[in-house]
Design a protein around this ligand. Structure first.
Ligand SMILES: [Zn+2]
Length: 649
């Protein structure tokens, strides 16, 4: 492989964006909070900055290399391939090219280095997409030929799903100034979708939601009402059994009941989450409070009953689906990376719509424990599924071919179904736009990273702050005011749900305890004023609801927002199948992880797995069990690992 690994040394220089406040993935016209754009928030150091640098160079280059090798991009860019309509990837391969385009576009908006590096690539690919587009706006490299007529397989064809990703890429390119005609291509594709599926057209929906949030976002950008109307049409049609019955069940497609009649997310996790994103977007734009509340309630219930401690979603390999309430087995956790990305997208939308900090908590959890876990340190391999218990060390993945088995196993450079890495790439490139918001009277910080924030309040006054922190390794977050307009305004800091005992220090004021939720400082700030938030990130135990039978009798350790795990290289030869921990003993700091007393006690062999007597264990001395951040696991070669640790009686 000949990818360049040079870092984007000039990422600290902000690019000149066409509309600094507009360079964001989600731009609702109403809601509790206004999201800030990439020109307003820059992550300048720390945990996420390191990942953004890897993402902006090696990961995007890696995705380009593989998509080129497999012919996914040249189906667009090679004149000899255009019009072949026999796409060389699976039916959703076009969407990966669009996600790559989206990631490169956001990266162009994130840094000058990113702009210099990727704009030509965006232009070349955009030209290819435009060349493949039919005169009526339809685009797909695999459908539309004689063997596969358009829209002949709405359940699994993914044509509208791919179109949705094209729309989102077009929006990203336009908002970051990377547009080379991609927005126009996207508009023509959207016009075609409205024609084909509008009144008098095909009365159907796509088996994989995605077109819904994409149409709403394009409507937000272009002010074109018909795109919003078409999104609402698709949302209203769903749940009325227009799709074929899936081998798993109708919930797989979320076509079992209408959206507002459902109580919880179910079926294929990524589909359910994308659909919910579209429903929130449409509800916000149309003022449909009932729909907004319905989706929020479904997500709340899903977070309470169908979500792993990591924030991961989807516990069934069959159908990549949610299980019933409390079906959350650690060793069969599917927790697809894309479901993590999609959950982040939904949490962000609900945070903007409602202002409820619990959605920022959910976003943080999935970022640190799914997205950060998935992608390798060098940005060139990734987990598709994110297990919470690896019993047998995984074999290294093949370096030179796409891995077929995508539901588990090691990080692999590429999978036949490689939705996850381009998805993580577009999220990481745009992550700055998920940190902070503004409203009429203040600025809200939801995620903590070294960052510079400059924006205008709703009343037009300019404000700026610089955030300095080593979070999540330490819990101190210092927010220094760099631009202060006259008069009072509010600086709001999220206090995570786990942060009992947090303390806030106002400029020149006393330290005061603050409860989980939000801490608000309202005053006439002066430049140089500093607000300090101290979050308790010492290691702590977390216990599962006993209805999660798969981990009953276990505990997991967390440190701030980071879930910890026990990994085999740290246990001095102790077998993690035999580990038990003393949750009554002190859970001590150990670097960015923790240490605790425990024992490695193999059960005595009864010869059979089920016997009439309670199994006895070998005697063992107390030993130290070492815990590391879950997101760091499997970075030292094949290993075993577990998040949930059986407790000593
Ligand atoms: Zn995926």
């Amino acid at each position: 492989m000949t990818e360049s690994t040079d870092s984007l040394a000039d990422t600290d220089t902000a690019p000149a964006l066409p509309d600094a406040a507009g360079a964001r993935p989600v731009a609702p016209t109403r809601g509790a909070l206004r999201p800030l754009g990439l020109g307003e928030v820059r992550i300048t150091g720390g945990f996420w900055h390191r990942r953004q640098q890897v993402n902006g160079g090696p990961t995007i280059e890696h995705c380009r290399t593989w998509m080129g090798r497999l012919g996914w991009t040249s189906d667009f860019t090679d004149p000899a391939r255009r019009g072949a309509r026999d796409g060389r990837g699976l039916q959703f391969a076009d969407s990966e090219v669009y996600k790559l385009l989206e990631a490169m576009s956001w990266e162009s908006g994130r840094s000058v280095g990113g702009a210099r590096r990727w704009r030509d690539a965006v232009a070349e690919l955009s030209e290819g997409v435009a060349a493949v587009q039919s005169p009526d706006g339809y685009v797909h490299t695999g459908f539309g030929g004689p063997g596969r007529p358009r829209y002949s397989d709405l359940g699994f064809g993914h044509e509208l799903y791919c179109a949705g990703h094209l729309l989102q890429a077009g929006v990203a390119a336009a908002r970051t100034g990377a547009d080379s005609g991609l927005l126009e291509t996207a508009r023509r594709a959207a016009d075609h979708v409205c024609e084909a599926f509008g009144p008098g057209g095909i009365h159907g929906v796509c088996g994989h939601p995605e077109i819904e949030p994409a149409l709403v976002e394009l409507a937000r950008l272009t002010r074109e009402q018909r795109y919003l109307d078409q999104a609402v049409r698709f949302l209203d049609r769903r749940g009325h059994r227009t799709l074929p019955e899936h081998a798993v069940d109708r919930a797989y497609f979320q076509d079992d009941v209408p959206i507002r009649g459902a109580r919880v997310l179910r079926g294929h996790a990524v589909r359910a989450l994308y659909l919910s994103c579209g429903a929130v977007d449409a509800a916000v734009e149309t003022g449909d409070e009932e729909l907004l509340e319905a989706v929020a309630a479904q997500y709340d219930r899903t977070l309470d009953r169908r979500t792993y401690i990591t924030g991961g979603m989807g516990s069934h390999y069959a159908g990549e689906a949610f299980g019933d309430d409390f079906v959350l087995p650690a060793d069969r956790a599917y927790s697809e990376t894309c479901a993590g990305v999609a959950s982040a997208m939904l949490a962000w939308r609900l945070l903007l719509a409602t202002g409820e900090p619990r959605y920022a908590d959910a976003l943080e959890r999935v970022l640190y424990n799914v997205v950060a876990a998935s992608v390798a340190d060098d940005g060139r391999s990734f987990f598709y599924a994110n297990t919470l218990h690896q019993r047998v060390p995984t074999e290294p993945a093949a370096a030179d071919r796409a891995t077929r088995r995508f539901g588990g196993g090691p990080r692999a450079p590429w999978f036949e179904v490689s939705c996850c890495l381009p998805n993580a790439a577009r999220l990481l490139a745009s992550l700055g736009a998920y940190l902070a918001t503004a409203d009429h009277g203040g600025l809200q910080l939801h995620q903590y990273a070294d960052a510079e924030v400059r924006t205008r309040l709703g009343d037009g006054r300019p404000v700026g702050v610089a955030v300095s922190t080593r979070y999540p390794d330490t819990g101190t977050v210092a927010v220094r005011v760099t631009e202060a307009p006259g008069g009072p305004w509010s600086l709001t800091l999220r206090v995570p749900h786990w942060a009992e005992g947090a303390v806030l220090a106002e400029p020149g004021g006393p330290r005061r305890p603050v409860a989980p939720g939000t801490a608000v400082v309202h005053r006439a700030f002066e430049e140089g004023d500093e607000v300090r938030l101290e979050l308790p990130v010492h290691p702590r135990w977390t216990f599962p609801d006993p209805r999660i039978d798969a981990v009953r009798g276990c505990a997991a350790a967390e440190r701030g927002p980071v879930v910890l795990c026990a990994e085999s290289p740290d246990q001095g030869g102790g077998d993690l199948e035999d580990v038990r921990v003393d949750t009554g003993a002190e859970l001590k700091y150990a670097g960015d992880g923790a240490e605790v007393d425990g024992r490695f006690e193999p059960p005595l062999d009864n010869g059979r797995p089920y016997t009439s007597r309670e199994p006895a264990r070998e005697e063992a001395d107390t030993r130290t069990v070492r815990l590391v951040p879950y997101h760091r696991w499997a970075r030292r070669g094949p290993s075993t690992m577990r998040v949930w640790l059986p407790r000593l009686d």
